[in-house]
Write a protein that binds this ligand. Structure first.
Ligand SMILES: NC(=O)c1ccc[n+]([C@@H]2O[C@H](COP(=O)([O-])OP(=O)(O)OC[C@H]3O[C@@H](n4cnc5c(N)ncnc54)[C@H](OP(=O)(O)O)[C@@H]3O)[C@@H](O)[C@H]2O)c1
Length: 201
């Protein structure tokens, strides 16, 4: 299969892309500055341009763009909206635009996160983004054309990010990288649609 991985040069992408290639897939890595093709999830015109450049792919994976940490006492609706721009609206745009460009039966695999389901300090934005992605995935699954599929992988802190994130999420058990990569491979190669895969370790 020909698969575009947006954020393929990042922490999850660095594990997922070699796994896909070792299974014989033709992988195109996309990112703002990294990768083979440039795209910014906050820019609709670059998403259109990416799809024109890569052609009718069989799979689109997004492992890009984080929600920012926030302080509830000073949080504003404008800051919340800005926080949602890349990770929620950008991933939604990948699907809304991609449905017109991708091959019949193509899969979309988006990434959300555990804060859709679990309260934690300073992640109101992250929780809202991930909850919105889960709702988007359910609706998209029943409306996507031409047999296209969509699933959302919702990781907890991942094994490779423990050093970077443990200070913000003390005591949170990470999901092992092999297990996480297995979830993405299943979404891309399997037949499921409309699933929220809770990779909570
Ligand atoms: N790491 C964790 O513990 C963890 C836990 C739960 C959920 N997640 C979610 O998993 C996803 C990937 O996480 P990660 O840790 O692998 O991220 P990462 O290491 O920061 O990598 C992100 C990748 O996405 C690209 N990117 C960032 N912003 C972009 C944008 N606006 N448009 C296009 N590409 C963009 C970056 O490349 P460029 O800089 O070249 O654009 C980079 O390759 C994120 O949505 C994150 O919130 C991660």
């Amino acid at each position: 299969m020909r698969v575009v991985v947006v954020g393929g040069a990042g922490t999850i992408g660095r594990r997922l892309v070699p796994a896909l290639r070792s299974r014989g897939h033709d992988v195109v890595v996309a990112g703002r500055a990294s990768g083979d093709v440039h795209v910014d999830l906050t820019s609709h015109s670059t998403i259109e341009a990416m799809y024109r450049e890569v052609g009718a792919v069989d799979g689109v994976v997004s492992v890009a763009a984080h929600g920012a940490l926030d302080e509830f006492a000073t949080l504003t609706s404008e800051a919340l909206r800005e926080n949602m721009r890349a990770k929620f609206f950008g991933q939604a745009d990948l699907v809304l635009t991609g449905q017109h460009h991708c091959a019949d039966g193509a899969s979309f695999t988006l990434t959300s996160g555990i804060f859709a389901d679990r309260a934690w300090p300073h992640v109101t934005g992250g929780g809202v983004i991930s909850g919105a992605l889960h709702g988007f995935g359910l609706s998209a699954a029943i409306e996507l054309p031409r047999g296209m599929r969509i699933n959302v992988v919702s990781p907890t802190m991942i094994g490779d990010s423990v050093d970077a994130f443990a200070e913000h999420f003390p005591g949170m058990r990470p999901v092992p990288m092999d297990e996480l990569v297995g979830h993405y491979l299943h979404c891309i190669e399997g037949e499921d649609t409309g699933r929220i895969i809770r990779a909570y370790g």
